[in-house]
Design a protein around this ligand. Structure first.
Ligand code: BJW
Length: 232
């Protein structure tokens, strides 16, 4: 049974109405990374960081999965082998579409994390630094997301999945951020067929054996249809 491992990035949620980071007019054109997405930024100005994530949480609560998310959920349901989605996205659109095996390597907007004791709990819609941790009462509440310089989540499990993959697909990611940017090369060297599905060639385009460029909402359902028709 073929094991399929899929990395997703902001591009898969673009047609749902969520901004990407590095496209023209994207999130990093409106906010400096060093102001909102580093542990130092949170130490310096936690209110600004919460404002940034509260706005994104509100926006994410207002959107729905698009045909690309739905196609990956269908793939998991109908493919005879294992399908694992590793997402860099902090939205919950894969789960909303029905995907069950999802790893959020950069965390999730719907999670709160105590910077003092490491306790995790479901995030309220509006988070404030002064929200006390339910476990230790410290007022160091932060979004449970992975900032630059922090270790992405579940890396041991992810490397293992990449080594076991028969097919590795990267969808809607520019390939600028490590370690996710190295997954195509890693999976290819371990023997997987590698495929990039993105609006345009990513910076790691040479790591992929197969390329499909276009909007995820069109090219992902077509790819899934092909995979599923091959197995019947
Ligand atoms: C469409 C589309 C449509 C549009 N259809 N497609 C020097 C060299 C190498 C590495 C480093 C280095 N210096 C520092 C590092 C490490 C650093 C890093 O990679 N930096 C680079 C920028 C150089 N990485 C880290 O720090 C990571 N941790 C780490 O490495 O730990 C190890 C370690 C720890 C401590 C000490 C030493 C080592 C952590 C990275 C955390 C990233 N965090 C963010 C923000 C938090 C989450 C959030 O707020 O949402 O995660 S940054 C941001 O980028 C976010 C994303 O998940 C991530 C990736 O972005 P993504 O998804 O690729 O989006 P875009 O916008 O870049 O691309 C979208 C693509 O979609 C484009 O290609 C479009 O064309 C396409 N598209 N519409 C299909 N309709």
């Amino acid at each position: 049974m073929e094991k399929i491992v899929i990395l997703t990035g902001a591009g898969i949620s673009a047609e749902s109405g969520l901004s990407t980071f590095r496209d023209t007019g994207g999130i990093w054109a409106q906010h400096a990374v060093e102001d909102v997405a580093t542990p130092e930024a949170f130490a310096r100005n936690p209110d600004l960081v919460h404002e940034f994530y509260n706005a994104r949480r509100a926006k994410a609560a207002d959107v729905a999965p698009n045909p690309a998310h739905l196609a990956l959920a269908r793939l998991e349901r109908e493919h005879a082998g294992q399908v694992i989605v590793v997402t860099q996205n902090v939205d919950a659109l894969h789960e909303a579409a029905g995907s069950g095996s999802v790893i959020h390597m950069h965390g999730a907007l719907n999670g709160a994390l105590c910077a003092a004791c490491g306790h995790r709990w479901p995030a309220p819609q509006e988070m404030r630094t002064s929200d006390p941790c339910p476990a230790c009462s410290a007022t160091s509440t932060r979004p449970d997301v992975v900032w630059f310089g922090e270790m992405p989540y579940q890396m041991d499990a992810i490397w293992q999945h990449l080594e076991e993959a028969d097919i590795f697909a990267a969808i809607g990611t520019s390939g600028n951020v490590y370690p996710a940017a190295a997954f195509g090369q890693h999976a290819g060297r371990a023997g997987a067929h590698t495929i990039e599905l993105n609006l345009e060639p990513s910076v790691n385009v040479r790591d992929f054996a197969e390329l499909r460029h276009g909007p995820a909402g069109s090219i992902v359902p077509a790819w899934v249809e092909e995979l599923l028709s091959r197995q019947t």
